[in-house]
Design a protein around this ligand. Structure first.
Ligand code: PMP
Length: 353
């Protein structure tokens, strides 16, 4: 650290992204990316746009916003596009929370929430998940603080029902409730339908998972126009050109190819159930995930050991050292072949081979 780093930020503990090692070819099941390449039309659109990279991108993301608002049946004023959903989440922390408006979220959830809170000097409280690792909606009813909940939650994959989300939003009318739907396309119910009813609801989402664009960085926020206007104030005060030209073109083409992506989601969901059954047959406890990953622990092998053994054998999964979940691993659902390779290696490790 330099002696110039401000006092306020010098104690910041940054988010640790999943590892991207280059020493050998791994089966990557550690960062919840899609195992499927973008569709041909998405690749062609990004390539075409590369010829116009000497020009700044459109800050209003006009064609992308048009295509997206049509697909989701919302007004253009209810939408903001961002550089990954991490960006809209950070904008929301900045815009709606401060020392007098703290924020709450589960103790086991997306690791970026406490980082955004500390980055922006926001007091936060972590509410423990239930024994079974689900979010207990009663903990959030009428809490009178801003709330962020990933639905489905990460790394557990467990989702709340839309009815419970609505009770949380309705019971906190003077606070902003952010529902982070990064993984919603793999089987949970979206809260977008509640947006017209609740001025305090912000739903965020991403093209990184279900739409195979993690490397392009494209996220979005959906809310009533007043909340979106506030988020735009933050965007235009930091980086109006936050979505680059190639990403914008790729995102628009991905929306037009929606059927291809939704079909890939179906395949991932089938592979998830297949993998869950096989892991259960091997004695694992697997949480009931509706995301593109599974969170699982074995009574026979320590969580960290399993992670390290698989890594040595060319398969990356994600291990978290937090006390409550240190015997678990988060496994991204890939292709059937990737899942079979994973299961074969797990069988070997359990047999001591
Ligand atoms: N929310 C959750 C719960 C996530 O797991 C992730 C992925 N790391 C994100 C948001 C952010 O994804 P992205 O910035 O790629 O849209």
């Amino acid at each position: 650290m330099s002696r110039f780093f401000t006092e306020r930020l010098s104690k910041l503990e940054a988010y640790t992204p999943g590892e991207q090692p280059k020493d050998m070819k791994y089966i990557k099941l550690n960062t919840n990316e899609s195992p499927f390449a973008p569709s041909e039309s998405v690749i062609a659109a990004a390539e075409r746009e590369a010829h116009r990279l000497m020009l700044y991108s459109d800050p209003e993301c006009t064609p992308l916003v048009s295509a997206f608002s049509e697909l989701y049946g919302i007004d253009k004023s209810e939408l903001i596009m961002t550089n990954g959903s991490d960006e809209v989440l950070n904008f929301a922390f900045m815009a709606f929370s401060d020392t007098s408006r703290p924020i709450v979220f589960p103790d086991i959830t997306y690791g970026f929430y406490p980082v955004f809170a500390r980055l922006n000097g926001i007091p936060y409280e972590e509410i423990p998940l239930s024994e079974d690792f689900s979010v207990n909606p009663e903990d959030y009813i009428g809490i009178g603080k801003n709330i962020v909940i990933a639905n489905p939650n990460a790394p557990t994959g467990i989702a709340l029902s839309l009815a419970d989300i609505e009770r949380i939003v309705a019971s906190n009318p003077d606070n902003v409730v952010i529902i982070d739907e990064a993984y919603v396309d793999f089987g949970a119910e979206s809260a977008v339908a509640l947006v017209p009813k609740y001025p305090n609801l912000l739903v965020t989402g991403t093209f990184s998972k279900s739409r195979s664009l993690a490397g392009a960085r494209l996220g979005f926020g959906i809310a009533q126009r007043e909340l979106i206007a506030d988020l735009n104030t933050i965007k235009y005060s930091t980086n109006p050109y936050n979505v680059n030209r190639m990403t914008m073109a790729a995102g628009e083409a991905a929306i037009r190819d929606n059927a291809y992506y939704m079909n890939n989601c179906k395949t991932v969901m089938e592979n998830r159930e297949y993998t869950r059954d096989r892991l259960c047959a091997l004695g694992f406890r697997v949480l009931p995930s509706v995301a593109n990953f599974l969170f699982a622990e074995s009574p026979d092998v320590d969580g960290e050991k399993l992670y390290l053994e698989l890594r040595r054998r060319g398969i990356l999964i994600r291990h978290f050292s937090k006390e409550r979940i240190k015997n678990f691993n988060r496994i991204t659902v890939g292709t059937r072949a990737e899942m079979d390779a994973l299961l074969a290696q797990i069988e070997n490790i359990l047999k001591g081979n």
